[in-house]
Design a protein around this ligand. Structure first.
Ligand SMILES: Cc1cc2nc3c(=O)[nH]c(=O)nc-3n(C[C@H](O)[C@H](O)[C@H](O)COP(=O)(O)OP(=O)(O)OC[C@H]3O[C@@H](n4cnc5c(N)ncnc54)[C@H](O)[C@@H]3O)c2cc1C
Length: 471
């Protein structure tokens, strides 16, 4: 363990920061530091010089001014879920928005405004009190801000679009310390950039989303099949998903069966393949739309039924415990053809030796997310059928090489069956070319222009970086 910091900030300087902030200022000398420097991905082991916990916009302004005057690199943290670990850094300043938990539902406008440290479980709780929701993440502890800035795929996306498609306004502290409110009417190019451009343009202190009537009950859950049936199931899935109503969002998950009562004892701990679903329409329509899936093959478990939307939104939480070590690789697929299915099944077979948490997720896209929102969005790749996420997860450092090796090998093998482009929210720290691929060169070039306007010196660079110097 590292005990020393290579960036030394004088006590008097730190005292100034403490005096100007309402939130906590944490340095390596503080007991809380070991927790404060960490993010969700336990494989990330970085040592910032200081963590500033901001309680509001005033704290953000003071922290930014401090970091700039001290020449410290800045990592902005929303929910801390970023797999690449961009919510922390070595020797710089973490601008931690986690105390900023304000949420306001406006039922007459049909919108919700959330501060930069809100998590999806917190937002869903407030919006569901009014029978509404907006597209959020599959795990309730993911940050609303980081998730939205990278696109935001979730259970509501095929009916209501991605999180970015619902983002109607945001307050942003830009690199020069200005507070900018962006919307379709005011600084619309910044709104376009925030709709997928990551944390490149400033600290987003609050975000406003369009709401939709959802729940409180939806039809959700999953059917589980033995891994041996994965090929047949994927062939069925590739075909079935061509004609689904937009109310129905589904995904395939290759996993190790959890020791849950709904899994027959003989299958607990065995490799399974599941199709998880969410239908937000009428219950009878939902059950009818799901007949082909539930009638297919011989599932070992079928736990699909009406459930509270907030329960569905935390159904995957157990698969992503805080501090688990993880490594992901992602790509879009135009389609699932025979050869792609065979390869995916072959690569997923290795999960037998990588239990219990490593997994493969295949999200079905299409539906409403093929339509750009009014004003457009930097998010690209709306025309692919699926997005693949290869997920290595392990608990002990000595398992690192095995899980990372599998993810990389499986991704290499799948390459020729994918478009090659990554989905930004699932992307690791893979360099500029991969960030460009996540947008396509036209959107990337436009993002560079937005970056030059709002952060020409690349103050916000600990992220999926849009380099203002790129031509
Ligand atoms: C368990 C798990 C489940 C996930 N499920 C989904 C899913 O269902 N769908 C999906 O699309 N993605 C999903 N993701 C990916 C997730 O959306 C991204 O990792 C996202 O970056 C997380 O946002 P965060 O705020 O929690 O993370 P952070 O690590 O805090 O931030 C992520 C990035 O956004 C920037 N950022 C965060 N907040 C702000 C802000 N307020 N202002 C400016 N920049 C900011 C950070 O600087 C960083 O670059 C999941 C990730 C995990 C770990």
């Amino acid at each position: 363990m590292r005990n020393t910091q290579s960036t030394v900030i004088g006590e008097a300087t730190l005292a100034d920061l403490r005096a100007s902030l309402k939130g906590d200022v944490i340095t390596p000398h503080d007991e809380e530091y070991q927790l404060a420097r960490r993010v969700w991905n336990g494989a990330i082991d970085r040592h910032p010089a200081v963590v500033a916990r901001c309680t509001g916009t005033a704290d953000v302004l003071s922290t930014l001014e401090f970091a700039r005057s001290e020449g410290l690199p800045i990592a902005v943290r929303g929910g801390g879920h970023n797999v690449a670990g961009f919510g922390t850094c070595d020797d710089g300043l973490v601008l931690d928005l986690s105390p900023m938990k304000g949420i306001r539902v406006d039922t007459s406008a049909g919108t919700v405004r959330a501060q930069g440290g809100v998590l999806w479980g917190e937002l869903d709780r407030e919006t569901q009190a009014f029978g509404c929701a907006t597209t959020g993440g599959l795990v309730s502890t993911t940050g609303v801000a980081g998730f939205t800035l990278g696109g935001g795929i979730g259970w509501l996306m095929r009916r209501h679009g991605l999180a970015v498609d619902n983002l109607c306004s945001a307050d942003v502290v830009t690199a020069d310390g200005a507070l900018v409110t962006t919307s379709l009417e005011s600084e619309p190019e910044l709104l376009w950039g925030l709709r997928g451009g990551g944390g490149n343009f400033g600290v987003v202190t609050s975000l406003e989303f369009a709401l939709h009537p959802v729940g409180p009950l939806v039809v959700g859950g999953a059917v589980f099949h033995p891994a041996e049936s994965a090929g047949e199931l994927l062939r069925f899935y590739a075909d079935w998903t061509r004609s689904l109503p937009d109310e129905l969002t589904t995904m395939v998950v290759f996993l190790t069966a959890p020791p849950q009562p709904f899994i027959p004892a003989e299958y607990q701990g065995a490799p399974l393949v599941a199709v998880a679903v969410c239908h937000t329409g009428d219950t009878s329509d939902a059950l009818e739309a799901l007949v082909p899936l539930r009638g297919f093959g011989e599932p070992v478990a079928d736990v699909i039924g009406p459930m509270p939307y907030v329960s569905l939104q935390s159904l995957f939480d157990h698969s992503a415990p805080y501090g688990i070590r993880t490594y992901w690789k992602t790509a879009y697929l135009d389609d699932l053809d025979e050869a792609g299915i065979d390869e995916l099944v072959a690569q997923a077979a290795a999960l037998r030796d990588l239990f219990p948490l490593s997994a493969v997720h295949l999200h079905h896209m299409e539906g409403a997310l093929t339509q750009e929102p009014q004003g457009g969005a930097a998010f690209g790749h709306r025309d692919h059928r699926f997005v693949l996420n290869l997920i290595g997860m392990w608990s002990d450092d000595d398992e690192h090489a095995r899980h990372v090796g599998w993810v990389r090998g499986a991704w290499d093998a799948m390459q020729r069956h994918t478009t090659g482009a990554p989905y930004l929210n699932f992307l690791g720290d893979e360099g500029l070319d991969r960030v460009r691929d996540a947008y396509g060169s036209r959107a990337y070039d436009r993002l560079v222009q937005v970056k030059r306007r709002y952060d020409p010196d690349n103050i916000f660079r600990i992220n999926q970086n849009i380099d203002p110097g790129t031509t």
